[in-house]
Design a protein around this ligand. Sequence first.
Ligand SMILES: Cc1ncc(COP(=O)(O)O)c(C=O)c1O
Length: 431
Amino acid sequence: MKIPCNPKSENAFLQNSPSWPNLLDERTAKRLAKKHGTPLLVGRKSRIRQRFLGMQQHLPQVDIYYAMKANSDRALLRVLQEMGAGFDVASEGECTRVRDVIGTLCNTVFSNPCKTVQAIHHAYDYGCRKFVFDCQSELEKLVQLPIDAGLHLRISVPAGSCRVNLSRRFGATMEQVESLATLASHHGRSITGIAFHVGSQATDPGDFEVAFQLAEVARKLLSRSGHKIECINLGGGFPVDYGNIESSQIDSHSSSLNLESYLSSLIKFRDRFSLEETNDRFSEMPQVSGKQIQISSKGMIQWMAEPGRALVAEAVTLLTTVIGVKKLSDGTPLYTIDDGVYGSFSGRYFPPDHFRLVPVTPRDSKDSDINAIPSMICGPSCDGGDVLAESQSLPSLKIGSLLQVPMMGAYTSVGASHFNGLEKAKRIWIE
Ligand SMILES: Cc1ncc(COP(=O)(O)O)c(C=O)c1O
């Protein structure tokens, strides 16, 4: 079933569907809001565990390194560590966080292709042995590390269906792969890993097929220069259902089910790929230096992935309170709430109306659906751009009305600021 496009029926769907996994029941929502105040981000550890186990099951033989840039809450990191996850770190600050919470960086990959020298040494000193690079200057930083530091080359893959394009900025082209291989050899170092990222919120698993093909081309090129690839990192990008995605992959009934079928397709591409020695499929592969690359996929590879969004988005729900009510000149109600684009809605890649704001009412309340009308919702800052929804179907609200927003676990609190002197949302984790 596709998600209805009519905003009124969308909200009705969210409120009434028992399959929407993220809404807090009325009693819990009110109790937590009363106890902690709002804005409040409520995380559920059980959802993290479920999602991690689901991913492990549907990504067989893939080691999961959680991309903690999505949400670096200590409680969350602890849960994931207990489940056996590794961590993808992006900065010295994230290294320090992992060191403080976990005690070591042994199970981390430093995946940001551009790092300070200080961050690199800090990570190495605390046990990190996987470092990603995509250009000469970064490789020159990494070759200063002792020989047991693994060098993983990030390759550029096309941005297909993703919402957040990581391809323009990151990744080496196939031509650059050859020169980087030569440079590493010159320093007496071996490139042992290939990494890619199809872009975040990539709704079409077919994007991975293209990426696997390019990884194989890169592997062949590297092996010609004497570099034996032991590890392929397929990055993150797995999508979540925010309730408004136009995609054949997403059907609204269960985001976890959808993710499972997505991952199964991805694994089929991988398995097909690693079973075939040479294949006609590659006849259309990009030519490098005018030669068609012959593909061979033998040998044991450690597969790893760095999911961020898909592991944590659905586990967190925001509770927020209406602090202002007015009518626009055309009669549209405008509600101002106590969290906004400078707070938990800081993920700037999504247009207004992306997140669903749901009044906290009894689950079976039909009245609110019937009386819902298109409304505008703004955040608390004194900024005209702090708009969360242009036309979201809501019943009549008043100052003090409590709303909840599901799917707020990824790229939300991590980007929040104190702009306008506003408080960031408090964060709690319950079972
Ligand atoms: C290198 C790297 N790995 C993993 C991720 C996580 O991606 P996602 O949250 O889409 O799974 C990102 C996101 O930007 C990234 O840059």
